[in-house]
Write a protein that binds this ligand. Sequence first.
Ligand code: FPP
Length: 239
Amino acid sequence: MAPAHVAIIMDGNGRWAKARGLPRVMGHRAGVEALRQVVRDAPGLGIEWLTVYAFSSENWARPQGEVADLMGLLKLFIRRDLAELHRNGVRIRIIGERTALAPDIRALLDDAEVLTAGNRSLNLVIAFNYGAREEITRTLRHLATEVAAGRLAPEAIDEALISRSLDTAGMPDPDLVIRTSGEMRLSNFLTWQCAYSELVFLPVLWPDFSKTHLEDALASFAGRERRYGGRPAAREAAS
Ligand code: FPP
């Protein structure tokens, strides 16, 4: 069965550009092109939720010029693609810490979410200024504030409440996480939500990612046995 929720760590833009003697921004631009194509392909492959890691809380440490390029690309992506995404029934959601973003970017993100709120063909979740530890910290601080104000009993804090309080409230956990470029780590991406996700690491650099790579990852997922800490279904039935 196809995974309902696929999350992608789009890695390797810099190496792609370097291999061609191009500035890094060209790698990121090519990365946006690859993203556009995946968004078009996803619904036909049975994917209902697609989450992409576009800018991490740690990416601020990059040179100022590169940070500005990534901010500019997000703006361009929303401005240029919003009409097509909306026409194709894509619902846009943003996760991450928004207050640190420039007001014009925040307004664009807010508008994109409002405009597409009723769409159903694909949920596109853009993780922007996102870091799992920051998200969990911010969420726990909020819950602690509620407890201190007497609005929440400590005993009421359970896994379901934490899930409902994260940026991903109401979204299913990712079934499959794909990371490109051969690196094999999660880099602070959806740590809580990926507790039982299947992981696929592909050696392709993100700008070269195509439908075939996505299909390969889905085939790998289809061969996995998900146990969530339990026992394999066949052995369970036999004993
Ligand atoms: C990692 O490549 C990629 C990023 C830090 C950003 C991902 C961004 C995009 C694909 C484009 C932006 C998309 C939107 C919607 C704005 P890297 O630079 O770390 O590559 P490297 O590891 O080869 O240096």
